[in-house]
Write a protein that binds this ligand. Structure first.
Ligand code: ATP
Ligand code: MG
Length: 427
């Protein structure tokens, strides 16, 4: 980018486009790497030869690449004697999650090849656990949207703890701002979280009986309301099998797995609870409420009360007042969202237990933020999200501007050299 004669948005976009046409999807902008999603596999771009090549060269010696960024991060742990962080940003479908996986892949190979570590202390435990946890996190935290059929609906910060010898000895995942709204409502043409469809596609007769599940996603309000229950590119049954396998490898017990699926089924059924007005909201689908209470181990009467009444403590006394149908629907949806988000947090906590390890040297953090989108229906949480993203993008623009300023310095510098003008910085 620094060789461009003119630096403005159109020139930058045109340059990125020309490079993209030649399958050069990566471009350096100062210390920032711009990546254009090719939406196709480019032969040899990420194979073991590429990993090996980039691990042996300094930044700038080879064409721009995500592996060059990963390599620079790894080297800087010792060069700068400080922890490193990679921020990945871009609109939905830009390729952030794929880039995160590529960074992890490169760092994992570097860790396994770290020469200083005695064989007995070398561990691939964390790397393996991170790879194996990926289908679980994607099934529970990703969904089909109009922009991306595997869109991350939560932010993820992955921290890898390295030993002095360069081996990954522990890690930690921090999730934030899961899009809870999606559990109860989706925009037209979008889906709920993958795991619900996977459960319905993959559950056999026994599972269906245990989890009180009916046939297809069409029968659940939380899955069918947006008019999209399937996508040709998504294999829900296959996802169910890989999630089951991953849960077992990650040492979730049979009981824990059963509890998670019971909770998911309860959330789905909750969406089918209906109300009518009769001196306040009254539940009309009593069979569904008893299913939900059975799945969650709750008392049916108490659950019905919670969904249709508001209780207040006034001068030490509990006073109940009926909710309107609209309020009852909101309270039903709030319970479903809270249950799902707690389940998600618990799963991340369990994954963290598995990847926990020593933290006695430096770390590399990778932030995979969710993508920017235009929402048709803006709701309160989405507005907060957008504000957060706005602030975050301002921060990134500042970084980008700094990168561009550096380029301007470099290109000005080059021009001066070309015209043989010798110049110095003055304070
Ligand atoms: N480097 C790449 N090479 C080939 N295909 C890619 C690459 N990066 C992304 N893709 C394709 O683009 C799709 C979307 O990428 P990804 O899920 O990483 O987007 P995202 O930026 O994380 O979006 P969101 O913000 O919605 O989560 C992937 O499923 C994959 O098919
Ligand atoms: Mg993503």
């Amino acid at each position: 980018m620094s060789t461009l004669a003119e630096l403005h948005e159109a020139a930058i976009m045109h340059n990125l486009f020309l490079r993209y046409q030649k399958n050069n999807i990566y471009t350096n902008i100062g210390s920032i790497l711009a990546a254009v999603n090719p939406y196709k596999q480019i032969a040899g771009l990420y194979d073991s030869t590429a990993v090996d090549l980039y691990s042996k060269h300094q930044m700038g010696e080879l064409p721009p690449h995500i592996f060059a960024v990963a390599n620079e991060c790894y080297r800087c742990l010792w060069k700068r004697h400080d922890s490193q962080c990679v921020l990945i940003s871009g609109e939905s479908g830009a390729g952030k999650t794929e880039s995160t996986k590529l960074l992890l892949k490169f760092l994992s190979v570097m860790s396994q090849n770290s020469s200083g570590t005695p064989l007995s202390e070398r561990t691939t435990r964390v790397e393996q656990a991170l790879v194996q946890s990926s289908p679980i996190m994607e099934a529970f935290g990703n969904a089909k949207t109009v922009y991306n059929n595997n869109s991350s609906r939560f932010g993820k910060f992955i921290q890898l703890h390295f030993s002095q010898n360069g081996n990954i000895q522990g890690g930690c995942i921090i999730d934030y701002l899961l899009e809870k709204n999606r559990v109860v409502r989706q925009n037209p043409g979008e889906r709920n979280y993958h795991i619900f469809y996977a459960l319905l596609a993959g559950a056999d007769k026994d599972h269906r009986d245990t989890y009180l599940l009916s046939e297809g996603p069409e029968s659940y309000h939380y899955l069918s309301q947006a008019g999209c229950v399937q996508d040709r590119s998504l294999d829900d049954k296959q996802l169910f099998n890989s999630v089951m396998e991953a849960l077992k490898v990650m040492e979730f017990s049979e009981e824990e797995i059963r509890d998670v699926f019971r909770l998911l089924s309860a959330v789905l059924q909750m969406g089918n609870i209906e109300f009518m007005t009769a001196g306040g909201a009254q539940i009309t689908s009593n069979g569904v409420v008893s299913n939900v209470s059975e799945l969650l181990g709750l008392d049916t009467f108490q659950l019905s009360e919670v969904l249709t009444q508001r209780s207040m403590i006034l001068r030490g006394e509990e006073i109940c007042s009926p909710l309107t149908v609209e309020q009852a629907v909101d309270s039903r949806d709030s319970v479903a969202m809270a249950l799902y988000s707690q389940c998600f947090s618990w799963i991340i906590m369990r994954i963290n237990q598995k990847i926990k390890g020593k933290n006695n040297f430096k770390s590399i953090g990778i932030l995979d933020i969710f993508g920017f989108e235009n929402f048709e229906v803006k709701r309160a949480t989405q507005n907060i999200l957008l504000r957060f993203l706005g602030l975050f993008s301002q921060f990134l623009s500042l970084l980008l501007q700094r990168g561009l300023d550096n380029i301007e310095d470099v290109s000005t510098n080059n021009n001066y050299h070309q015209t043989e003008i010798i110049w110095k910085f003055t304070k």
